[in-house]
Ligand binder design. Structure first.
Ligand code: AMP
Ligand code: MG
Length: 398
């Protein structure tokens, strides 16, 4: 049996690059950006009044002029109007492109207009109320750097610079396979000795958060059927995410079938609770098999502790460091296993991240997964964990 640390290292030694592809910016939310987004021109692209009012030549005001003849009106989107006389002004609207013959904009609130003449009621400053061309960014400046998850803000910036196709990281092709004769579809009423399948859809839903559309399959504990289906899946997918059938039971066929199909075991069993019987392997074509034990909490923990960091590394996520939180109460755990306790993370009034441990009944008890939001990782070497100590946490539901 290996340690959590060793399992993590083995999994992270299997980082793969799935390449890049172009997608429309409208389909890019949640994908990982694989290129920098640059300004296609200066931002703003022209001198831009920030208020509605009049634009004057400041040299006129410096000569003592307070009234200006209105020689035109320019709305946003119209070509710039040039003004050649210090005695003239134009009315101009927010967002219009100010002509370089003008260098001072005065709000309607600060002027009065009568018979086509504007009188200013304040002492304006040169350049006031003008957002200068290129003040925010220059043409070719980087607006968004690669290797980050595409957010609504990034899509808005892409649209602003005309980047309607974005280069993003390709996602692995994944099939989620659950097993078990006792598991029936959630659509049917189980008999007294059956349970409803939930692992498959749970895993698929976590993948959906990363924009991966995984296929789903449930297999009976039938050796030949499992062998036939795994052969097909290994040829069609990059990654097989499985649940169930990896423990010591008489019908836990997955480890044996995988090895028969040439999937080399990289480890089986980790000194941890939940999730001890986790099996991980790869074949010659670098197809990876993450075979989690069937209990829903084990699946959830292994997925967030091992698979998600692997995926983030493959996709080149920029920030990938685990969070730490402060244990909110004492806790004892005697078995020689690294314990992952379900906690509710909360920020206290001094801005500290607190982990409140929620009592549960082991890996078969999935009833608390919705009211908790992380696993806290308690080191193997210790049996007593005191309130106030700081440990790694692996968030979900956040
Ligand atoms: P196994 O690892 O195959 O021995 O499964 C252990 C237990 O996990 C089963 O007895 C079920 O209670 C649960 N389990 C297995 N597969 C699923 C599934 N697809 N959905 C929900 N629970 C499952
Ligand atoms: Mg089973």
């Amino acid at each position: 049996m290996i340690s959590v640390q060793q399992a993590e290292e083995l999994i992270l030694s299997q980082i793969q690059d799935f390449g890049t592809e172009e997608v429309r910016y409208t389909d890019a939310l949640g994908r990982v950006l694989a290129e920098d987004i640059l300004a296609d021109r200066d931002l703003p692209p022209f001198e831009r009044p920030t208020v509605d009012g009049i634009a004057i030549r400041f040299s006129g005001y410096e000569k003592g002029l307070h009234t200006f003849k209105i020689s035109g009106v320019q709305s946003a989107g119209e070509a710039s109007i040039e003004v050649n006389s210090d005695h003239d002004c134009i009315e101009i609207m927010t967002g219009a492109a100010l002509h370089n013959s003008l260098n001072c904009v005065i709000r309607y609130e600060d002027i009065s207009i009568e018979n086509g003449v504007a009188t200013i009621n304040i002492n304006p400053k040169k350049g006031q109320n003008i957002h200068l061309k290129g003040k925010d960014k220059k043409a070719d400046d980087v607006l968004v750097t690669a290797n980050q998850v595409i957010t609504p803000a990034i899509i808005g910036i892409a649209a602003s610079v005309g980047k309607t196709n974005l280069l993003v990281k390709k996602l692995p092709k994944i099939i989620v396979i659950s097993t078990g004769d006792e598991m029936v579809s959630p659509d049917v009423i189980p008999s007294d000795f059956q349970l409803r399948q939930s692992n498959g859809i749970t895993i698929k839903s976590v993948l959906q958060k990363y924009q991966i559309k995984a296929d789903l399959l449930h297999l009976k504990d039938d050796y030949d059927l499992i062998k036939k289906e795994l052969t097909r899946c290994l040829s069609q997918y990059d990654v097989l995410l499985m649940s169930g059938g990896v423990s010591m039971g008489k019908f836990d066929f997955l480890p044996q079938v995988c090895e028969e199909l040439g999937v080399e075991k990289l480890f089986h069993k980790i000194k941890q609770r939940p999730g001890k019987p986790f099996w991980f392997g790869k074949n010659e074509a670098q197809k990876l098999v993450f075979a989690f034990p069937g209990n829903p909490v084990s699946v959830f923990m292994c997925l967030h502790r091992y698979f998600v960091p692997w995926l983030k590394n493959c996709l080149g996520f920029e920030s990938n460091t685990p969070l730490n939180a402060v244990l909110d109460s004492d806790l004892n755990f005697e078995p020689p296993l690294q314990y992952f306790a379900q906690v509710k993370l909360q920020v206290n009034s001094s801005g500290q991240l607190l982990a409140k441990v929620i009592d549960t009944n082991g890996s078969g008890d999935f009833s608390h997964l919705a009211e908790t939001n992380a696993f806290i990782e308690l080191p193997l070497e210790k049996t007593h964990f005191a309130k106030g100590e700081v440990y790694k946490v692996w968030p979900y539901n956040l």
